[in-house]
Design a protein around this ligand. Sequence first.
Ligand SMILES: Cc1cc2nc3c(=O)[nH]c(=O)nc-3n(C[C@H](O)[C@H](O)[C@H](O)COP(=O)(O)OP(=O)(O)OC[C@H]3O[C@@H](n4cnc5c(N)ncnc54)[C@H](O)[C@@H]3O)c2cc1C
Length: 473
Amino acid sequence: MAFLVHDARHLERPARPFGGGSERSRAGRRLWRVDLLQAAAVASVAVAIALFLAEGGITRFADPGSALTSLGIIAGLAATDLVLVMLLLAARVPLIERAVGHDAAMALHNRLGKPVLSLLLAHGVLLLAGYAIADGVDLVAEAVAIWNLPDLPLAILGFGLFLAVVVSSLVAVRRKLRYEVWHVIHLLVYVAVLAALPHQFSVGGLFAVGTWQWAYWLVITFGTFAAVVGYRVVAPVVASLRHGLVVERIDPVGDQRDGVVSVTMRGRRLAALRATGGQFFIWRFLAAGQWWQAHPYSLSAAPRGDRLRITVRALGDGSASLAGIRPGTRVALEGPYGIFSEASRSRRRLTLVAAGIGVTPIRSLLESATFRPGEATVVLRTQGPAEGWLLDEVRDLCHRRGATLITVPGGRGRGWLTPSAERQGLDLPALVPAVADSDLYVCGPRGWAEGVISEARAAGLTDEQIHHERFDW
Ligand SMILES: Cc1cc2nc3c(=O)[nH]c(=O)nc-3n(C[C@H](O)[C@H](O)[C@H](O)COP(=O)(O)OP(=O)(O)OC[C@H]3O[C@@H](n4cnc5c(N)ncnc54)[C@H](O)[C@@H]3O)c2cc1C
């Protein structure tokens, strides 16, 4: 059996015509905000360079020594500005989280690391060469002279720390580090930015006290730090105290040996969190041996009244320890995050595809998403026809809401389907004929999800229709 259709009573009902407040216009507004944020990031680099060019303009490039020095300063200004952009992308600023989404913001944050490092290197090398030509000395003599400039050793320490952060984030290195070790190294980036700050004001005279350049630079630097402290420290502490979340019960899911549990938590005024199905929080269970680690888990049920629920597969120490957590344990939370939710809808129809523990956000999204009977299809890759974590709940929800449920049971094939499905030439459009006119939400192991997404693209889905939640940061 290549696939199993559990409930298709309303299969292929025509989608409604779009009204004024349609999903498409909501998606359009979100993408417009993304464009605006991107433009702001590019503009901030342009302003950083303009700060320098406004004082002296073309005359700053009059001779080779000055030209190299000017290029070095421009590289340093652009790099510092981009580091601030990186910090903002990781600061969980609600405007960024809701428009760009956590995954995309962190992906951009990661992509900027290496170019910024190159700019910082260029900053050092160009300034050294420029100063050496201007002073008529060799590079070694100039390096010694520069070392004695005010605050320079501190700036070089900052560069060393930034280098450590970028190297620790290279895929090959990161795989070898425990998440917590990598995280502590990553926090050094804040020390790096602060260590580099004094030399920006004391060397070169660009940011002389009282100038508009000085005021602008102080505002963007301390504004960024305020956002980081506000959204990553103060807001989670306030939310955790306000909502007073405690573990209510732990329920095993499926076979005990799978190590999957659902954790139901109870709290106060949870509606104020404005969390919806498909989103995730970063959770910290305040029990002995666990309080020091925080983990991201998606909601596996839509928030209801004073309760939140997650479903967790034991994949390491932190997730495995949840099975032993006692009811009554206090829980600190950070979020909600992510736009794997209604927030990124662009079509009336929905196609939800999950494998393994990736079913969690799909299950809660199915519960809270807006659709009429016949407009949603859920495809679950499972091991056996009646297996799959939360399968009973998904089946029940599909039945109640009039969604079609298809399970594709069996071992791994070459793509995202099973060998028998592949032999029959099945693919995403064959399973979900209306997929090209739907929003596709995919959650599961990385290679598997890429298989689903590439078939979706081949079927004509655009970026605004494809939504992918990754569990592997
Ligand atoms: C947005 C998102 C939603 C998720 N939702 C679920 C869910 O609903 N159910 C579920 O079972 N799993 C979910 N995960 C995966 C879950 O967070 C990890 O399995 C868990 O953090 C592993 O921690 P560990 O100590 O058990 O294992 P470890 O051995 O420490 O780590 C195993 C893997 O998880 C990563 N990891 C560990 N800690 C963190 C952290 N704090 N932040 C990010 N990655 C980390 C590590 O880099 C490693 O790749 C989600 C992950 C993300 C990013």
